[in-house]
Every structure is written in C-alpha cells, then in structure tokens.
Design a protein around this ligand. Structure first.
Ligand SMILES: Cc1cc2nc3c(=O)[nH]c(=O)nc-3n(C[C@H](O)[C@H](O)[C@H](O)COP(=O)(O)O)c2cc1C
Length: 332
C-alpha cells in the first residue's frame, strides 16, 4: 500500500505510460496530460484530429477515452481510487476529463491482471485461428462493456455476420469514391519504423487471399510492395460496441468500454482488430445496428480471435504529451 496520498514524478510517468499505450485512430495519439497536485487532466490534441475520416472528432474522443481507461487502471494498480469527471468545464472544449487521485484503495485482483495486459495489447491484423470464442469469455467481454456504460453485441448468427461483412465491403467501395480518405490513411500508415506515430508497415498485416474476408486493408488504393497474401479465418467473431447516445461524453465512454473489453480480451488470450469502415460512412453506420434489436449508436466494430502475438506500434515520448502546468494551458 502506498504511503503518500498524491502521485509523484515516477508515478506520474507510470500513469502516463499506461495511458499512452492505448489504441488510437491510425495511431495519431491525440491526447495531452496536465498533472497538478493530486489530479491529472486529459486534453484532446485537436492538431492530431483526422479531418477527412473523423470530421466530428468521434474517433479522437474514443481514442482519448481508451487512454483514460488505461490511466484509471494504472492508478488503481498504484493503489489510488481515481475519481473521474468527464468534460468538466464547458468553457474549455479540449479538456476531456479531470481525474482526481487523492483517494487510496487496495489493489483489486482484476485490476492487476488488466494492468499487466496494457503493454501486451496490440491491434492484431494478422489471420486468426478457425475457432470460436467460448461462451464464458464472450460473457466476460460483454460485462466489461456494460461496466463502462456501453453495450457489446457479439455476432453469432451466420446471416447477421454475412450482413455485417457485406456492409464492410460496401464501405470499402464507398471509400474508393473519395480519394481524400485513402490519401489521408496513406499518410498515417506504412510509415517508416523511426516514426513516433502512425502505423508502420510491419503492423498492417497481410492482404487476404479470399476477397470476402471481414478485414480492413488500411492501405487500400495505396498498395505496399511485397506485402504478403494469406488466408484469414473463415468465420471471424465480430462484435459491435454501442452506446445509448451519440455525443462527446458517449464517445469518451465508448473509448473506456473499448479499452476495458480489449484488456479483458488480452487477459483471456484473445486478439482484436477493427473493421470500422461502415461507421465512417453516415448512412452505412446506421445499418450496422443489429436489425433484431435496433438500439444504440454503433461506435466500433471489432474482429476478435486467437492469433499469434502482433507487434507493438511506436509511441511519442512522454515529454511530448505532458502539458507543463495547468496555468499555462488555461486558455485551451
Ligand atoms: C477510434 C479507433 C478506430 C480505429 N479503427 C481501426 C480500423 O478501422 N482498422 C484497424 O485496423 N485499426 C483501427 N484502429 C486501431 C488503431 O489503428 C491502433 O490502435 C493504432 O494503430 C495503435 O496500434 P495498437 O492498437 O497496436 O497500439 C482504431 C483505433 C481507434 C481508437
């Protein structure tokens, strides 16, 4: 049990290292952090918002929400009992969350496992084995989403999987009609290995031998020379993460739910990638809703399965994401 009641410099780095290990849209890492006293403020970094694919900032907020969940898990790991206020100041639109760390709590068992999973979780765009997610694991994933105020619907029905896969392919074709989308994705993917953001070529995964697979080729329209072609799983486990509403707070909750689901998945030996293409198209997004239920706003489409470990992608140094003092940032 820690003996002080406020985070010091070393602890701040533990918290921020965990937060910045979160997934983000094209690995843009659109976050900044200001530590002061017993609290940490999470800010959006609008200069890292993708204007073509994410004009309303939904993906930016989901990315920052994922970082927030990691920060909470790391705080609990250090023995804090974090108290979070989302969007605490309407005057400062980029201030996404205020995290108060003064309380202390015993480290809980599941938090420890989730904390250990943070550096092990990587988006896995490689083929998975042809085996389904066991019911008990599926239940744990669904419960993880509920804990964060979201809903995860795992697609088990063959017809519904085919319908969702069709929407993924339709969205790929729609994207082809707007070269600005492909050009923006190409700027952030297949980047050199010395980049501190973006997705290096080694993390893109292979192309699919079977064109009807439910995967995402982030370099679609901008082929990378020498990229291998492989067979993917026949019937992937697809999941749709939804929230009851569709505003900035909901997107931050969706990000936290996403990351809790991904950490629980990692603990269970499961990998995940994302096939969000239909969510980036206004009309197709609403068709992603399960027609049998028809509720909620879809925020992420997950592809889950058992695969070989995927490589990590780079992150910017912590110094780049720290805001020196909250006063300096008062005008943000
Ligand atoms: C809001 C959001 C949307 C994403 N959409 C996709 C996607 O459609 N396809 C994909 O392959 N990865 C997607 N990703 C994963 C990111 O590319 C990935 O998190 C980032 O490159 C960092 O890599 P890592 O997850 O391995 O740490 C998304 C991530 C977030 C947070």
């Amino acid at each position: 049990m820690p003996t002080t009641d406020r985070p010091g410099g070393a602890e701040e780095d533990v918290l921020l290292a965990a937060a910045t290990a979160a997934p983000s849209l094209h690995n843009t890492q659109p976050w900044r952090f200001a530590a002061a006293g017993t609290s940490i403020d999470l800010y959006a970094d609008p200069s890292r918002q993708l204007r073509q694919v994410d004009p309303d900032g939904r993906g930016l907020h989901i990315s920052c929400g994922s970082a927030l969940l990691n920060l909470r898990v790391a705080a609990e790991h250090l023995g804090y009992s974090p108290h979070v206020r989302l969007l605490p100041d309407p005057e400062r639109a980029t201030l996404l969350a205020h995290v108060e760390l003064s309380g202390r709590s015993e480290r809980a068992g599941m938090t420890g496992a989730m904390y250990d999973a943070i550096p092990l979780r990587h988006t896995n765009r490689f083929p998975f084995e042809d085996r389904q997610v066991p019911a008990a694991v599926a239940t744990a994933l669904v419960e993880a989403a509920v804990l964060e105020g979201a809903e995860l619907t795992l697609v088990t029905d063959e017809l519904e999987r085919a319908r969702l896969t069709d929407l993924i392919h339709l969205a790929d074709l729609e994207r082809d009609l707007d070269p600005r989308l492909g050009d923006e994705a190409a700027q952030w993917t297949g980047v050199d290995e010395d980049h501190q953001d973006g997705i290096p070529g080694y993390a893109l995964g292979p192309l699919s031998r079977d064109p009807i697979t439910a995967i995402r080729d982030l370099r679609r329209g901008h082929p990378v020379e020498g990229r291998p072609v492989q067979r993917f799983e026949r019937a992937p486990t697809l999941g749709v993460l939804s929230t009851p509403r569709d505003d900035r707070e909901s997107w931050l909750r969706a990000g936290q739910a996403l990351q809790r689901v991904l950490l629980v998945a990692t603990v269970q030996g499961l990998s995940a990638s994302f096939v969000n293409q239909p969510l980036e198209h206004t009309e197709l997004r609403w068709l992603v809703r399960d027609p049998a239920r028809g509720i909620g706003y879809p925020q992420m489409v997950l592809r889950l399965g058992y695969g070989t470990p995927a490589p990590p992608t780079p992150r910017r140094p912590l110094e780049d994401v720290k805001i020196p003092s909250r006063e300096e940032d008062a005008g943000r």
